[in-house]
Design a protein around this ligand. Structure first.
Ligand SMILES: C[S@@+](CC[C@H](N)C(=O)[O-])C[C@H]1O[C@@H](n2cnc3c(N)ncnc32)[C@H](O)[C@@H]1O
Length: 207
């Protein structure tokens, strides 16, 4: 890998500055000991939401709200973000972050629960964008649900890991991601790309 390529990647991470509210949400996440999406990935989510004019977005893994703020920044002004997390404390922080950023309360639907139990209750074909940034062991079931929940032309985004590119990495999480990536690539009803932004975003557009 050339040093110019590495510099270009680092540059891309800083190319779009986070808002002060995203920065505050990231700090709160650190205090809570939960990861937030990096700024390059956040800016990509924002641009994707804007590109598809997203009005109905589902997120699995609210955290302290940093990724939600990026998404809301790109969504249609009347768009609604449904966000699921198993930890009520993370969601309290996210609600505070949305409110501090001036997001109208009817634009967010914050659901506490295990995603694998919440998703089956959600409506078929109702979502423009489904973003997954939670426990990787459940990614296969989230992908299965995505086929049902997304409208045609809707997009699934999975937060990824650099380790997936390393053949020597054989831990359970990496193996699951590798299998999920292969499975999606083989599906005729998804058009797939792996974006090397932050630690990676796998995007799959439902045809
Ligand atoms: C990496 S953090 C999400 C960060 C957030 N997307 C952001 O960038 O601000 C992962 C979150 O997933 C949540 N989580 C883990 N397992 C879950 C599950 N089975 N169902 C729902 N949420 C889960 C954790 O509580 C944590 O808040």
């Amino acid at each position: 890998m050339s040093s110019q390529k590495l510099a270009a990647w680092a540059h891309a991470e800083e190319f779009i500055a986070p808002t002060e509210h995203v920065e505050a949400a990231r700090r709160r996440a650190e205090e809570l000991g939960v990861n937030s999406i990096d700024n390059g990935a956040g800016a990509t989510l924002q641009a994707l939401a804007a590109a598809i004019g997203a009005k109905a977005v589902m997120e699995i893994g609210t955290g302290a709200g940093a990724s939600g703020l990026w998404l809301l920044g790109g969504m249609a002004p009347d768009g609604v973000l449904t966000t699921i997390d198993i930890e009520p404390e993370h969601q309290r922080a996210a609600r505070d972050a949305f409110s501090a950023a001036g997001i109208a309360h009817q634009r967010t639907r914050v659901i506490t629960g295990r995603a694998s139990e919440v998703l089956p209750r959600m409506t078929d074909g109702a979502y423009d964008l489904l973003v997954v940034d939670a426990d990787r062991s459940d990614y296969p079931s989230y992908v299965e649900q995505a086929s049902r929940l997304l409208r045609r032309g809707g997009t699934l985004v999975l937060s990824w890991t650099d380790k997936e590119a390393d053949p020597a990495a054989r831990d359970a999480e990496t193996t699951t991601l590798r299998e999920v990536g292969r499975h999606l690539r083989d599906q005729e009803h998804f058009t797939v790309a792996l974006l090397p932004v932050s630690s990676g975003l796998l995007i799959a557009v439902k045809r």
